[in-house]
Design a protein around this ligand. Sequence first.
Ligand SMILES: NC(=O)c1ccc[n+]([C@@H]2O[C@H](COP(=O)([O-])OP(=O)(O)OC[C@H]3O[C@@H](n4cnc5c(N)ncnc54)[C@H](OP(=O)(O)O)[C@@H]3O)[C@@H](O)[C@H]2O)c1
Length: 333
Amino acid sequence: MGQQRALFIGGTGIISTACSREAVRQGLEVTVLNRGETSHRTVPDGVESLRADVRDPAAVRAAVGDREFDVVADFLAFTPEHVQQDLDLFRGRTGQYVFISSASAYQTPPARLPVTESTPLRNPYWEYSRNKIACEDLLVREYRDRAFPMTIVRPSHTYDPTLVPFDGGWTVVERMRQGREVVVPGDGTSLWTLTHHEDFARAFVGLLCRQDALGEAFHITSHEAPTWNEIYAAMAAAAGVEPRLVHIASDAIAAADPDLGAGLLGDKSHSMVFDNSKVRQLVPGWAAQVSFRQGAREIVAWHDEDAARRAVDPRLDALFDALVEAYRPRPLR
Ligand SMILES: NC(=O)c1ccc[n+]([C@@H]2O[C@H](COP(=O)([O-])OP(=O)(O)OC[C@H]3O[C@@H](n4cnc5c(N)ncnc54)[C@H](OP(=O)(O)O)[C@@H]3O)[C@@H](O)[C@H]2O)c1
């Protein structure tokens, strides 16, 4: 059998870069399709690059030509229209189509933990998640009615060294380094699963070109679920400082900033712990290996390499000041 051919739509993103590298490492012939605008993440030598804006169907069609692939994975499909574009282009031309969904599609807040792939999908709080559910519904229908060879993969919060995994990003780390208070949602005691992109990639590539993964959905996450207090503490330790945490209820943050609020109330304020037994059945021996303490050191090191990466968002900085001022615990008068 020749080398198996994979097309990754995206391919130089937070998650997909690690998947491209791991797929090459595991012997696949990898093609990525993107605009060629992301330069800070690179794919290994030997990966073929196709250039197109994925929102321009004619350009994607021209770039792909009449090629066939053993697997096509789309990291950039967010609505049923995007998935339909893939169905129209790749039906009959790929042995497996992998849709990158999101674990935020699971019932929010979850009625039972840990979350398994049987946990219902329902997120009334976040449009992004509802759109991912609609994409999954379309693909499930296509699998049932027309045997379309799809696999659904639901990443949960997955980071690489470029991503500070809390609201406010590097602005929060800079505040910590300046000895200023930072806002932690809730009591900081809810559990949050953070997955290193290389851990994700090793399991992900194990699901590719697999007949026994067709029609199925999987999540792939770390096995550790630190509290938000621990996550802020790990980032502070990596940044070489003691953090000053101010705990503020997520609904109070939402009232001050609806965008931050949607991501909290629809996602990050609820404890999320995952059971990864299903992916382990297909990828025996896989286990997440990177602790967030280690991941935090990689994130800080990457930002410390270049001042341009340590930009502060003045709007968020001012918002955090206002929130801290309003909600810093104090005796009642
Ligand atoms: N990270 C998480 O925590 C998380 C959690 C759940 C689900 N997800 C899902 O994971 C997927 C994101 O994957 P990722 O993290 O690898 O991606 P990402 O970091 O958002 O990277 C974007 C990638 O897509 C390319 N791209 C962006 N816009 C494009 C366009 N219009 N046309 C063609 N290429 C384009 C970029 O390259 P160019 O800039 O060069 O075009 C880059 O390769 C999404 O489906 C998201 O819903 C992520």
